[in-house]
Design a protein around this ligand. Structure first.
Ligand SMILES: [Zn+2]
Length: 249
């Protein structure tokens, strides 16, 4: 099997992607149909999608319920009542399965007081929380760990597992070793061998593969995972089984 065939041979769940247009520095975009075309080409069964504002992901999940899993991106600084109504509606009426926070985008820390009502609602509703990590000052693993420490019963995924900075990647792994309710998602994290290290030292069910469309190409994200040093059985956990368990799909 060549590498392209090997990439396609693993059935996958993409634990973190977006649809829509991202202007400014990012200057990229992807439609729901373009993402589904990529998913079909690379054997991705479902993609967990989030957008802000929320409407695009809600519409896409309504339109393609078999392919997209909704993760509601909320801004806790809008106030507990507003966010609670958004989450309850997305879960009850659009089958959303998780909540996402991007502390960097909205300028708060993962362990700020404004996050507590969101965390408590997630616990009440049985929803996992997914938090962007890798960018100072707001989106660092240590702040996420303080939230994990406060709410040990809440499963929290560190999206990008620290992202591009080696110190933050190590912190994401170290914090996950310390707190059993912390999980890791691989998109945008450059060091292939850290995927194996996390699988072995954090836990075989606590690291999941993601694409982060449209910011990364599927082949780049898949190849890094395939060359991480894990066996095919272990790769099936990272590519598929772990996201399925984490999101209760
Ligand atoms: Zn993202």
């Amino acid at each position: 099997m060549n590498i392209e065939e090997r990439m396609k041979s693993f059935k996958k769940i993409d634990a973190h992607s977006h649809i829509g247009t991202f202007g400014g520095w990012a200057s990229c975009s992807i439609t729901p149909e373009e993402l589904i075309a990529d998913m079909d080409e690379y054997n991705v069964e479902k993609a967990v999608i989030c957008t802000y504002p929320q409407k695009e992901s809600i519409d896409a999940c309504d339109q393609y319920p078999d392919r997209f899993v909704g993760c509601l991106w909320v801004n806790p600084t809008e106030g507990a009542k507003v966010v609670e109504a958004q989450i309850r509606d997305a879960v009850a009426n659009h089958n959303f399965k998780a909540v996402k926070l991007h502390p960097l985008s909205h300028a708060y820390l993962a362990n700020d007081e404004c996050v507590f009502p969101v965390a408590e609602l997630c616990i009440e509703m049985g929803l996992p929380l997914m938090i962007h990590t890798g960018h100072p000052p707001f989106s660092l693993p240590w702040s996420v760990a303080q939230l994990a420490d406060r709410y040990p019963q809440l499963p929290i995924c560190q999206i990008h597992m620290g992202h591009g900075n080696g110190m933050f990647v190590q912190a994401a792994i170290d914090m996950a070793k310390k707190y059993p309710n912390l999980y890791l998602e691989t998109s945008g994290m450059p060091m292939h061998y850290k995927i194996k290290e996390a699988y072995e030292t954090v836990g075989s069910d606590r690291i999941m593969w993601g694409l982060d469309a449209p910011f990364h190409h599927p082949t780049v994200e898949m190849q890094r995972t395939i060359v991480s040093g894990l066996t095919d059985d272990q790769l099936n956990d990272v590519f598929y089984n772990n996201a399925k368990k984490f999101l209760k799909l």
